[in-house]
Structures are given as C-alpha cells and as structure tokens.
Design a protein around this ligand. Structure first.
Ligand SMILES: [Zn+2]
Length: 484
C-alpha cells in the first residue's frame, strides 16, 4: 500500500503544479464523468468471454449502421482458419494511433471496451473530448486479432502459436496482418490490449491489480525515446484515471524487453506502445466493471493525447507505480485452523489457501479445477475472501460428485456429521493418499467445531474452492463469490 500511496501523492503533487496550464477537466472529474457515461453508451455484452467472432462482427455492423460515416472498415485480415479480422479507421487527425485487442484469444475485456468506445465516439458528437479525439487523432482499431483463439477461449491461434511471440518470424497470418497494417499506416502510438492473471497484487502490500500498465521498451537497455516518454505519460494518465475509481488497484506490468513480442517490436519499429493488462477487481459484476474501467482508461487517455493535456502529465511518476506482485493473492485463505492433514499425523496449526481458476488461463498451462494450493504459515498471502477458522479442526476428504448436500449425505452414512477426534482421524487415515491436504489437492476440506466435551460437529467445508454449509462466513471483496 505504501508504494501505491506514494504514487497517488506524487500524482497529486505534480498535477497540482501543472493545474494552472491545464484547460481540460481535472483527471478525477474526467474519470467520474466517463464512468457515468458508460452505461449510456455501452453496447458490449454482459460476458466478454461469450463474445466470439460472429458476435463481434454483428456488433460492428450494428455500430456502422447506427453511426454512418464514423467507422471505416479499411481492410480485413484472414485468420489461420479463415475468419475475417476487421481493421477499422476513425477520425481524420494527424496523430495515428493503432489499438489492437485479443491477440490472445482468451483475453476479451478490452475488445468489449473498444465496442463501447466506438459507440461513445458516435453517440456524443457534441462532447468536446469526442470532437478532439476525432479531429486530432486517426484511430486504427483491430478489436479481435485472434478470432480462432477466441472461438476456443484459448490464448494461442489455431496453429497453437502465441501471436505475441511471433513479431519477428511472422509465421502466423494474424501476426503478418498486424505488422502489415502498422507498416502501411505508420502510427506513432500503439495500444496493446490484454488480460493478465487476476490474482496479482499492486506491490507486496497492495490490492488486487485491476489494470497493469507498461510503457513497452524498444530495446534491451530500456532507452527512453520521445515515443516511450509519451507512453510513460499515457501509462501515468491511465493510472490516474483508474486510481480515481479503483484506488490501490493499479500496477506496472512486470516484464523485461522481449524482442519477439509485438509490443516491444512495435516500439522498436517506431510505434511506441502502451500495454494495458486487465486483471481482476473482485465483487459483484466484476467482468462488467472491468470493461467499464477499460473504457475510462481508453477514452480518457486518448482524450489527453488529442487535447494536448498529456504533455503536462509527468513521465517521472511512471516508475512510482507499484509493480505487479505474483504469488501474493488467491481466491480464499482459511486462517488459524487446526489441520489434520492426513498420514495419521496429529493436528497442527495451519492456514490453507485455495484457488478457483477463472475464464482466463494465461501464459502457462494452468490447472483448470479448483484446488488447495498451499498449507502452513500463509501470512504473506491474501485471499479475496478470508475465513478465520480459529478453534476449528480441518480435515481433507475426497470430493463428492455432487454438492454440499451430497457431501453431508456421504458423511452422514459414515456417522461423521457428529463424531469425536479419534474416530474422525482414523476414518481419514483409512482413506490414505486421496485424503492428503497438500498443494494440488482438489478434494473437499471439512471443518468441525469441538464442544467442551470433545465432541465434533461438522460446520461446513471448502468444496471446489468455495465455502459450503452456510455456517462459515468469509470476509473480503470476494466473500460472496467464495460461498455457495
Ligand atoms: Zn495477453
């Protein structure tokens, strides 16, 4: 949190000093007004992951019909499997900006936000920000670069190539299409739009990262050029906009220069690129709130680029943005249990961490089923939902095919709803390896409360990564999603 606060304080300080020169709305006001306008311009579907190539093309056709003359379909690439990849042009300004989304097929949040951005540009002709964007910029937009991956909800294209590692070899038709468009229109700024693992924190002590930003370098030495200085300013501006709406949820993306990646190559080729990665923001309607946040980030930063206010944004604030922190956040952490982990060992004090993977699978083949990911002292780890299990005895149990009722029934048939510690532990021992609480265990974990006479009563369980039974109440922004 400390680094996040330092970033916010620096922004206030630096922006305060430049405020006299800035004619456009202060960034906080702009963030709120864009946030408020989104429900009126939203055309994106409730679930971005459900939007495939067919739905995208229908949405684009509807937008073209609704706003004649606004959106030009300049060309269509062809994916590995023959799906057409629309590239759009808007505006008549001298500054070319190329935005591409969903080069990773399972990363659709920004694609949805781009549709809303297009509708905002068409539906608000009197808005000075819209007029500036369309008169000062020319936007080139590829909303879904990897339709074959989108169809399968997978990162890679149909060749099983990661398009974002294909910028040099250009073995993928999608990569060749993106490169050819860039070479033809020579945009000075690029927006490379992705989703990242939602279980990252903004620094070691920060919140869940909703938006991570990277001013993508163009060489190994991370040389600052006028272009990368501008993408640092864009990153800072996006950071300010997002901090206003989601304080503590902004980070810098943690990656070194990668020559064969597209963002890095774009910068090297002369299209200085800003990487925007959407993470997680636990709570109700999370997917929609993240699209909304993306819309604010895109509309607000393009406005700053168009109206000239970006020039007053301090690039020096960029390194103050806290870095993505991995392995410090998970779905559910149960603290202070007494765990009888299996192997006939006596119970010991332990925290337990569970992970429920989301729709995004990321850059490595990840376990898709919910599981226990760690046991022991998990002070370093935060759960989007947390349960204090002080006084409870935790034991592993093979997951039933059904839900909580089925689990209760199976325990009832063994007379284990109410029992004593010796009986319970010998029942677990008899199960052997299938009931061993260790990383990767995907069974249930049962929680018993002892009474003063030593009798144990089943209180609830973690079943497929979620609390079941109704008696155990978690806290935190993900608490509602963590019980069933
Ligand atoms: Zn990606």
């Amino acid at each position: 949190m400390r680094r996040t606060l330092a970033f916010a304080a620096l922004i206030l300080l630096l922006c305060g000093s430049a405020a006299g020169a800035a004619q456009p709305a202060p960034v906080a006001t702009q963030a709120h007004s864009l946030w408020d306008v989104w429900p009126r311009v939203r055309v994106s579907p409730p679930d971005p992951w459900a939007m495939k190539h067919r739905e995208l093309r229908a949405a684009l056709a509807a937008l073209q019909q609704r706003h004649p003359g606004l959106i030009t379909l300049v060309e269509e690439g062809v994916s590995t499997e023959g799906r057409k990849i629309p590239a759009l042009r808007l505006g008549q300004g001298p500054t070319g900006v190329l935005l591409w989304s969903q080069m990773h097929g399972d990363e659709p949040t920004a694609t949805a936000a781009l549709l809303d951005l297009l509708n905002w540009l068409g539906a608000s002709p009197a808005d000075p920000a819209v007029r500036q964007v369309l008169s000062k910029l020319t936007l080139w937009i590829i909303p879904m670069l990897n339709p074959d991956g989108a169809e399968r909800t997978q990162r890679r294209n149909a060749q099983e190539i990661d398009i974002n590692r294909d910028a040099l070899r250009l073995a993928s038709p999608e990569g060749r299409f993106l490169k050819a468009l860039r070479d033809r229109v020579q945009p000075v700024i690029g927006y490379n739009l992705h989703n990242q693992n939602p279980y990252l924190r903004a620094g070691l002590t920060g919140d869940q990262v909703a938006i991570a930003l990277l001013s993508v370098p163009g060489d190994e030495a991370l040389t600052e050029t006028p272009g990368t200085r501008r993408t640092k300013q864009l990153a800072v501006r996006v950071g300010e906009l997002v901090e206003t709406l989601a304080p503590g949820h902004v980070a810098r993306y943690d990656m070194d220069y990668t020559a064969r990646a597209f963002g890095d190559s774009m910068t090297r080729w002369g299209t200085a690129t800003l990487l925007i990665e959407t993470g997680g923001w636990a709570g109700s309607e999370e997917a929609a709130r993240l699209v909304r946040l993306n819309f604010v980030a895109l509309a607000g930063s393009l406005t700053a680029l168009a109206d000239g206010s970006l020039e007053a944004v301090p690039a020096a604030a960029y390194p103050q943005i806290p870095l993505n922190e991995r392995d410090a956040l998970t779905t559910l952490v149960v603290r202070n249990a007494r765990l009888a982990g299996g192997r006939a060992l006596p119970p010991f004090p332990a925290d337990l961490a569970f992970l429920v993977p989301g729709a995004f699978s990321g850059d490595s083949p990840r376990r898709r089923e919910p599981s226990l990911i760690e046991v022991g002292d998990l002070t370093y780890l935060r759960g989007l939902a947390e349960l204090d299990a002080t006084g409870l005895l935790a034991v592993p149990w093979p997951a039933p095919a059904g839900d909580w009722a089925a689990l209760r029934e199976s325990l009832d048939s063994r007379r284990l709803l109410t029992t004593d510690e010796a009986t319970l532990l010998s029942s677990i021992r008899a199960l052997g390896e299938p009931a061993l609480a260790r990383p990767g265990f995907s069974g249930a974990v049962l929680f018993y409360r002892p009474d003063s006479a030593g009798a144990l009563t089943l209180e609830g369980a973690v079943l497929r990564g979620k609390l079941a039974g109704g008696k155990l109440a978690a806290t935190g922004p993900g608490a509602a999603a963590s019980s069933r």
